[in-house]
Design a protein around this ligand. Sequence first.
Ligand SMILES: Nc1ncnc2c1ncn2[C@@H]1O[C@H](COP(=O)(O)OP(=O)(O)OP(=O)(O)O)[C@@H](O)[C@H]1O
Ligand SMILES: [Mg+2]
Length: 312
Amino acid sequence: MIEVDRLSKRFGSGDDAVDAVKSVSFKVDQGEIFGLLGANGAGKSTTVLMLTTLLAPTSGDARIAGYSLSSDGAGIRRSVGAALQDTGLDPMQKGGGLLELHARLFGFDRKAAIHRRDELLDLVGLRDAADRRIGEYSGGMRRRLDLAAALVNRPRVLFLDEPTTGLDPASRRAIWDEVGVLRESGVTVLLTTQYLEEADQLADRVAIMADGEIVSTGTPAELKAGLGADVIELAFDEEGVAEEAVSVIGPPANRLGQVVRIPAADGPAELARVVGLLKEAGIESSSLSLSQPTLDDVFLNIVESRGEGVGR
Ligand SMILES: Nc1ncnc2c1ncn2[C@@H]1O[C@H](COP(=O)(O)OP(=O)(O)OP(=O)(O)O)[C@@H](O)[C@H]1O
Ligand SMILES: [Mg+2]
């Protein structure tokens, strides 16, 4: 349903040029939920903007719902829906009115537009807020309205750029549930997120982007399995001590705050080695446990091995 072929985007030219997306290729099957993961500036939004025809690629091409990006942008625009990161919703507009307007723009007659509006308000749980101005909506309500607006033309392919960033856990759940309902109806979804937990829950397959490139692709389970069976987790009283522990243990140890995690093929054996190293260096941990890798471990491992900081 989505087939991306060596897509690239360069902003600017000469010394100031930024290669935001570098020859990215991937495929998404019909009905799949595909997660594009990456830190700030990795190139996620730029990729989504190109695939939704809102930004011209520097090179490369893609086929979406059978239409070519380079030769049939109009076909793509008819087939896709998008909830983008920076939406310019008019704060004076009412939620229900916005959906009705979108439906009219897509060629629904008045009666059909009202029907579609009500269907979508019910789907995203905004029926009660339909007559309130968007300016009065909470962040979570706006995201749900974005999602509803992206669905007006019953798209076969849906692009969601960070649909849950900044939302509280309950609102995130609500969006996840709605994406789940869409999956049931056979819609193909490409979503970007910085929440690896979210990709793990929602996505059938994920691609991890770093610095404009796709550095890893697979199911969440495959990516985690690639790291080994176990993860050793050590907690320290202070970040400085955790930092010291990372330098004593060496790669693939990585640190998030006061916690150090070490992926290992053989957890118990590695645990003995790590405890020995810390003892030798006179470093004490406040807790120690053995667990399974998470997508966070996959992500930190990739970022670490590329020598990049998270969230540059
Ligand atoms: N219009 C633009 N002009 C110049 N540079 C841009 C433009 N848009 C994006 N960039 C640059 O391209 C790179 C990728 O940006 P992009 O917005 O695609 O990242 P992202 O993965 O969506 O990040 P975030 O998680 O912060 O949304 C960044 O270095 C960014 O500064
Ligand atoms: Mg973005």
